[in-house]
Ligand binder design. Structure first.
Ligand SMILES: NC(=O)CC[C@H](N)C(=O)O
Length: 302
């Protein structure tokens, strides 16, 4: 595995320079673009890393999985009264479908859906941002995971689109808490800083029937963890979910910080990071690295 990871990073490194780092959040625009890392965390507890696997980065939309896991954990199937689990075929921040579908987001991994999930969590926790931080610290086995307040503030200053989605949902009666407070919670989840190692560990339970082996916690039931993997497989990469299924064939979740996490159920979780994105907002080199990994191990959920 170690040799394979080194080989994959060498193969994808030439792609750096062909993508573009996210700059619609100004605090993300200054990232050094030529960073590249990968970490694989096996169900046997073994960790394999290559490149910049221990450098923390902004997890952005990868946090939507953690928010969903929290919400399913305390509210179970009830959450589906507020949103769907169908792919959207739309960019992550699209508003068009939301108006047509009367304020009910297609799935929890587009921004509108994640905002509804944060609204559900806001009703549940006294300090939602802190509960999230502590949750991911446990899942990643790293008590040093923190929120980058500079990024969170920058997102809040440039919140127009996310605010528009939230207020639109409020107008349809699908938002229960004060919009600005939920936006703050949402941005603080997105602004968590974690490394490939942290994220591979934190997603381990999804490869392991809902059981997190380092914390000894049954985070979700086996059935619920299968359901999260299904939503990642159909909606984890926005309007590129089909392409990701075709090329990689694994449940995955990306973020505009350049991270992508993928799950090989029963075997391992993997996180790859390279900040330059393609037109759909997914890591360019990261996609390629996961494609090579699934090809070389000869395994996909399909
Ligand atoms: N796709 C992403 O990673 C988007 C997350 C980002 N925080 C936003 O709301 O726009």
């Amino acid at each position: 595995m170690q040799a394979l990871l080194n080989e994959i990073l060498d193969e994808v490194r030439p792609l750096i320079g062909q993508g573009k780092v996210a700059d619609y959040i100004p605090a993300l625009a200054s990232i050094v673009p030529d960073q590249l890392g990968i970490a694989v965390y096996g169900n046997d507890g073994q960790l394999h890393v290559a490149g910049d696997a221990r450098t923390p980065f902004s997890i952005q939309s990868i946090s939507k999985v953690f928010s969903l896991v929290q919400a399913i954990g305390h509210s179970g199937e009830d959450i589906w009264q507020r949103l769907g689990h169908e792919p959207s075929g739309q960019p992550f921040n699209s508003l068009v479908q939301l108006e047509f579908e009367r304020g009910r987001p297609r799935n929890p991994f587009i921004n509108a859906g994640a905002l509804v999930i944060c609204d559900i969590n806001q009703s549940r926790y006294a300090a939602p941002a802190l509960s999230m931080r502590d949750f991911v610290r446990r899942l990643s086995d790293n008590p040093e995971v923190t929120v980058d307040n500079h990024v969170a503030e920058s997102e809040y200053q440039h919140r127009a689109r996310n605010a528009a989605a939230a207020y639109l949902m409020q107008s349809f009666g699908n938002f229960h808490n004060e919009v600005e407070a939920v936006l703050r919670s949402y941005f603080s989840c997105c602004a968590l800083r974690m490394s490939c190692v942290d994220l591979a560990r934190a997603f381990g339970f999804l490869a392991n029937q809902g059981f997190c082996q380092h914390s000894g916690e049954q985070v979700l039931s086996p059935r619920q963890s299968k359901q999260i993997n299904a939503i990642m497989a159909t909606s984890g990469l926005y309007d590129e979910a089909g392409n990701f299924a075709y090329r990689v064939g694994l449940p995955g979740k990306s973020g505009v910080g350049g991270g992508i996490v993928a799950v090989v159920p029963g075997q391992f979780s993997v996180c790859v990071w390279s900040p330059e994105l393609n037109a759909a907002g997914n890591s360019l080199a990261g996609m390629k690295a996961l494609e090579l990994l699934s090809q070389r191990i000869g395994w996909s959920v399909f």
